[in-house]
Design a protein around this ligand. Structure first.
Ligand SMILES: *[C@@H]1O[C@H](CO)[C@@H](O)[C@H](O)[C@H]1NC(C)=O
Ligand SMILES: *[C@@H]1O[C@H](CO)[C@@H](O)[C@H](O)[C@H]1NC(C)=O
Ligand SMILES: *[C@@H]1O[C@H](CO)[C@@H](O)[C@H](O)[C@H]1NC(C)=O
Ligand SMILES: *[C@@H]1O[C@H](CO)[C@@H](O)[C@H](O)[C@H]1NC(C)=O
Ligand SMILES: *[C@@H]1O[C@H](CO)[C@@H](O)[C@H](O)[C@H]1NC(C)=O
Ligand SMILES: *[C@@H]1O[C@H](CO)[C@@H](O)[C@H](O)[C@H]1NC(C)=O
Length: 423
C-alpha cells in the first residue's frame, strides 16, 4: 500500500519538476532548508564591512581581526539569529597576498561554525581586488557546510553573489512541495579591481560598482517565474553591499533623527555608479553615472519587497522609506525601506561603535509586509529599534546615540605600508 502511494506521488511530481526545474526555490545545504522557528519567527543578523585581513605585515592588522572575531561572538551570543548575512567587504582584499587572501574566511566564520549557524554572503568592492577574487571567496566559503552563498547568474562582468534563498515554515521537510513564506535576494554590487589583471600601463583595472543590468533582468524574470509557480507574491528582503543612488537622494532630502533613527555621518554617502560617467568612463571626471537605474527599477518592480539592506558607508545606519520621486531621480519609490546596517568589523575606516543590524520577521507581520529591526552594539546596547511598517517615516523614535569604540589603536590608520607597494 505504502509503495503504491509513493509511486503515485512520484508520477505526479516528476513532470512538474521537469517543467519548473529552475523556478521552484531551494535553500538547502547540509543544514537543510531555511525555515522559520516553531514560534513563527525568523531572525537575521547582518554583519557588514568586516574588513578582515588589514595590514597582515604588522601587528595592528591581525589585532583588528582578533577584535572582529570577538565582536562577532558577542553579537551572536546576544542575538541567536536563524541566519547570518555577511553583507560585503568581508576582506580588505587590496591588503591581501595572492596565496592566502581568501583564508580570512575561516577566521570570519569560526564563531558561526562553533554555534552551528549558517550564513549567506553578498560581496563588496573590497572582496574584488587584484589579489582576491570573489569567485575564490565563494569557493572558500563552500568548504564549510554552513555556507548558503551561491551564484545563480553566469556571465562575464555580472559579479558572483547574485542568488536567492527561500525561507519556509518550520514544518517544511521537502522543499519541492513547500511554498516559501519569505524570499531573500542577494546581489553583487562589485566595484574594486579585476583579479590579477593590469592594463597596458601596468595599472589595475577597475570593475563597475553597480549591480549589472543583466542581474536586474534575472531578478525581474526569476521573481515573475516564482510568482507564477507558487501562484502568489512572496514577501522578500534584499541584500546588496553598495546602496543605490536612491539612498543618496533620500539622504539629501533629509534624514530626521527621530523618524529615521540612526547615524548619518557619511553625508554625502557613496552610492553605486559613483565616480563613473554615463558613457562608462571612470577617469575621475564624473560623480555618478546612473548605471544603477535598472537595479533600482527592479527594486521598485518587485512586489512584496519590504526592505533592501546595504553597508559600504560605515557612518550611516538609518532606514528610510522610499515612497516618492526624489529630485535627480527617474525611478520613483514605492514604499520599500532602504536600510544601512552597522559597521561590524574593526578593519575599515571609522570607529563608530561596532555592531550589527538585526531583522526580525514573523509570519504574522508578513501578512502586512511588516518587520522589526534594531541594531545590537558591541557594548550590548540596542539602538535604532524600529518597526518597518506602513507608518514608518511618520512614527517618532528616540534619536540614536552616536557612540564610538574607545580603543586607541582601533581607528583606521595605515601603520606601515605593505612591503614593496606604493601608497
Ligand atoms: C538544492 O541546492 C543544492 C545546492 O545547489 C543542491 O545540492 C540540492 O540538490 C538542491 N536540492 C533540491 C531539492 O533541488
Ligand atoms: C599580491 O600578492 C603577491 C604575492 O603574495 C604580493 O607579492 C603582492 O605584494 C600582493 N599585492 C599586490 C597589489 O600585488
Ligand atoms: C597570509 O600570508 C602572510 C604572509 O606570509 C601572513 O602574514 C598572513 O598572516 C597570512 N594570512 C592568513 C590569513 O593566513
Ligand atoms: C508602526 O509601528 C509603530 C511602532 O511600533 C507604531 O507606533 C505604529 O502604530 C505602527 N503603525 C501601524 C500602521 O501599525
Ligand atoms: C548616550 O551615550 C552617552 C555616553 O555614552 C550616555 O551618557 C547617555 O546616557 C546615552 N543616552 C542614551 C539615550 O542611551
Ligand atoms: C578615533 O576616532 C574617534 C572618532 O572619530 C576620535 O574621537 C578619536 O580621537 C580617534 N582616536 C584616535 C587614537 O585617533
Amino acid at each position: 500500500m505504502l509503495s503504491v502511494v509513493l509511486v503515485g506521488l512520484s508520477i505526479a511530481v516528476v513532470p512538474l519538476e521537469a517543467a519548473v526545474a529552475k523556478r521552484y526555490a531551494n535553500s538547502s545545504n547540509a543544514f537543510g532548508p531555511l525555515t522559520f522557528k516553531a514560534d513563527g519567527t525568523f531572525q537575521i543578523s547582518i554583519f557588514e564591512d568586516l574588513h578582515f585581513g588589514e595590514n597582515a605585515w604588522d601587528s595592528w592588522g591581525p589585532q583588528q581581526d582578533i577584535n572582529s572575531v570577538k565582536v562577532i561572538g558577542k553579537l551572536l551570543t546576544a542575538e541567536s539569529p536563524d541566519l547570518v548575512v555577511l553583507n560585503g567587504d568581508l576582506i580588505t582584499g587590496e591588503n591581501g597576498y595572492l596565496e592566502n587572501a581568501t583564508h580570512y574566511i575561516d577566521q570570519i566564520v569560526e564563531p558561526l561554525v562553533k554555534r552551528g549557524l549558517t550564513w549567506a554572503s553578498a560581496y563588496g568592492n573590497h572582496d574584488h581586488q587584484f589579489n582576491l577574487s570573489a569567485a575564490d571567496i565563494l569557493a572558500r566559503e563552500g568548504f564549510w557546510p554552513n555556507s548558503r552563498t551561491r551564484r545563480m547568474v553566469s556571465g562575464e562582468g555580472v559579479g558572483v553573489s547574485n542568488y536567492y534563498l527561500p525561507v519556509y515554515d518550520h514544518k517544511c521537510f521537502d522543499e519541492k512541495i513547500c511554498v516559501p513564506d519569505l524570499l531573500l535576494w542577494f546581489f553583487d554590487s562589485k566595484g574594486g579591481f579585476r583579479f590579477q589583471q593590469k592594463d597596458a600601463y601596468g595599472k589595475q583595472v577597475g570593475i563597475p560598482n553597480w549591480v549589472d543590468y543583466r542581474v536586474a533582468q534575472w531578478w525581474h524574470q526569476t521573481n515573475a517565474e516564482l510568482v507564477q509557480w507558487y501562484q502568489k507574491r512572496i514577501p522578500s528582503l534584499a541584500f546588496v553591499h553598495i546602496p543605490t543612488y536612491a539612498s543618496y537622494a533620500l539622504q539629501q532630502a533629509g534624514v530626521d533623527p527621530h523618524t529615521e533613527p540612526g547615524i548619518n555621518d557619511d553625508n554625502p554617502l557613496a552610492p553605486q555608479a559613483q565616480g563613473w560617467c554615463p558613457d562608462g568612463r571612470d577617469d575621475g571626471t564624473c560623480s555618478y553615472g546612473g548605471q544603477d537605474i535598472p537595479f533600482m527599477q527592479a527594486i521598485t518592480a518587485t512586489k512584496g519587497l519590504m526592505a533592501v539592506f546595504s553597508g559600504h558607508d560605515h557612518g550611516d545606519t538609518w532606514c528610510y522609506k522610499w515612497d516618492s520621486l526624489l529630485p535627480g531621480m527617474t525611478v520613483a519609490g514605492n514604499g520599500v525601506n532602504l536600510c544601512f546596517g552597522q559597521h561590524t568589523g574593526y578593519g575599515g575606516y571609522g570607529s563608530w561603535e561596532r555592531g550589527a543590524r538585526q531583522v526580525l520577521v514573523t509570519k504574522e507581520q508578513l501578512e502586512a509586509c511588516e518587520l522589526d529591526s534594531w541594531i545590537r552594539l558591541e557594548s550590548g546596547n540596542i539602538v535604532g529599534s524600529v518597526s518597518l511598517n506602513a507608518t514608518y517615516g511618520q512614527d517618532r523614535y528616540p534619536a540614536t546615540n552616536n557612540t564610538f569604540t574607545h580603543c586607541p589603536t582601533c581607528n583606521y590608520t595605515i601603520v606601515t605600508p605593505m612591503p614593496g607597494t606604493k601608497r
